[in-house]
Design a protein around this ligand. Structure first.
Ligand SMILES: Cc1cc2nc3c(=O)[nH]c(=O)nc-3n(C[C@H](O)[C@H](O)[C@H](O)COP(=O)(O)OP(=O)(O)OC[C@H]3O[C@@H](n4cnc5c(N)ncnc54)[C@H](O)[C@@H]3O)c2cc1C
Length: 421
């Protein structure tokens, strides 16, 4: 039954799809969410739960290229992993990633992402007021380092982040004794550190469940176990082809995360959306942390989530969004172990992998499909899908209501297609 303003079919019940449904319902649309698996698939429940309004720095940068090269030359030890047989499938992404990594492009993309992320804190606060988010934590992120000089470099980079105006300056650096007073469960590698405030965190699985319940109570419908094979516009209607028949609506939103590329290509969009798998698992520390912990330069983080403690990290390009490679979990444990104490590393549980939808320039693709204004694309959120979900989804609702006039050129889904031609 169409709402007063129309009916929208959302492809994907991940973070972007569910948040989009929320803002579409607020505008009076009737919403059906069509999901290939269960609610909150892909990376939606697997992630670190960090809502970081100030950390929009895009992945492509010379620093990451250097780290990536280092990881490749000592395979099995780094936080970036590229499987050789995946090269043909990721070559297009990697070539464009390199082209986006220069200083000028990096800074421009960061500024553009800040425009979106600058709206995050306010929108998330409204979701807290509405009771949809009920576990947002803001005790600060504790940055841990093995040497003072490493801590100084890390603090200087966060000081530079704070000058962009979206978070306060980091606290001063303290030594091991003060760190252990804050967090008794630290290992010997945690010698220097400091607290950084402004970023918050939550349990993403709880968020998915509460958001889905809220959507349902407001009339949204869910078709789970229903993979969408194609999306097309016919006149003033859109059609979603699924194995159980065609779903019709006045508009569609393509929010299929790391699987989006196969729906985008037939629409004439080459987004180079590529799965960059991340891993997480639960550890059972003797002294559970009360801050998010960032462990030196390991690219591994620890998030307290209610009565659980989650370890997250790793970016793996193996050419597929599915599957879990136990070797990656072992690498994460090896890297984290020196920074933490009182943990039986063999007793970890909930080991899971989720595909981040990576784009070559680290920015999402948000906008109307070319020649099919009723189809709105919202994907490619890289490592920032939770942080950017609310501002992205509110823009999606605007695009559905107003068409291309509402688009932000920085996130044009066609930017790589044009360069390709
Ligand atoms: C280990 C890890 C840690 C992370 N930590 C953070 C963090 O702390 N903060 C942060 O901001 N981001 C983080 N991220 C990134 C974040 O999780 C992603 O950017 C985000 O989940 C992307 O949202 P999405 O809706 O585009 O995709 P997803 O959340 O992956 O959802 C896509 C959905 O679409 C469905 N789907 C796919 N194809 C189809 C189809 N054809 N038909 C119907 N349904 C389909 C999938 O089943 C899935 O449910 C992390 C990711 C990982 C893996």
């Amino acid at each position: 039954m169409p709402g007063p303003t129309g009916d929208v079919a959302v492809v994907g019940a991940g973070l972007i799809g569910l948040f989009s449904a929320h803002y579409l319902l607020e505008r009076g649309y009737a919403v059906t969410v069509v999901e290939a698996g269960g609610l909150g698939g892909g990376a939606a429940r697997v992630n670190g739960g960090w809502v970081c309004p100030a950390r929009s720095d895009p992945l492509p940068s010379w620093g990451v290229v250097r780290d990536g090269m280092r990881s490749l030359t000592s395979p099995g030890s780094g936080s970036f992993f590229l499987r050789a047989r995946a090269l043909p499938r990721v070559a297009g992404y990697l070539a464009r990633f390199l082209a986006s990594s220069g200083e000028g492009r990096f800074v421009r993309s960061w500024d553009e992402l800040d425009v979106l992320n600058g709206r995050t804190a306010g929108l998330v606060d409204k979701l807290v007021e509405a009771g949809i988010i009920d576990d947002l934590q803001d005790e600060g992120f504790l940055m841990l380092h093995s040497t003072r000089s490493e801590a100084e470099v890390s603090r200087a980079s966060l000081l530079a982040v704070s000058r962009r105006g979206l978070c306060p300056a980091p606290d001063p650096i303290v030594g091991r004794q003060a760190l252990v007073e804050l967090e008794p469960g630290l290992g010997e590698a945690s010698q220097f550190g400091f607290v950084h405030r402004g970023d918050r965190w939550l349990d993403p699985s709880r968020l998915v469940d509460r958001l889905a319940a809220s959507l349902s109570s407001r009339g949204a419908r869910f078709a789970t176990g229903t993979p969408v094979r194609a999306v097309r516009q016919r006149g003033t209607r859109v059609e979603l082809a699924t194995p159980s028949g065609v779903v019709e609506a006045s508009h569609a939103v393509v929010a299929a995360g790391a699987w989006s590329e196969q729906l985008l290509r037939p629409l004439g969009i080459r987004g180079y959306v590529t799965p960059g798998k991340g891993y997480s698992f639960t550890i059972h520390p003797e002294h559970p942390p009360t801050h998010v912990l960032r462990l030196g330069d390991t690219h591994v983080g620890v998030t307290p989530m209610g009565d659980r403690t989650r370890l997250v990290g790793m970016v793996e390009f193996d050419g597929t969004p599915d599957g879990l490679n136990a070797g990656r979990i072992d690498v994460m444990k090896r890297k984290a172990a020196p920074y933490l104490s009182g943990i039986d590393w063999r007793a970890s549980t909930d080991e899971q992998a989720g595909p981040r939808p990576m784009t070559p320039d680290g920015k999402p693709l948000i906008g109307c499909a070319p020649g099919a204004e009723r189809i709105v694309v919202a994907t490619g959120h890289n490592m920032l899908g939770l942080s950017l979900a609310a501002p992205t989804a509110s823009l999606v609702a605007e695009l559905v209501a107003r068409g291309p006039a509402a688009s932000l050129p920085a996130f044009d889904p066609m930017r790589f297609t044009r360069r390709h031609r």
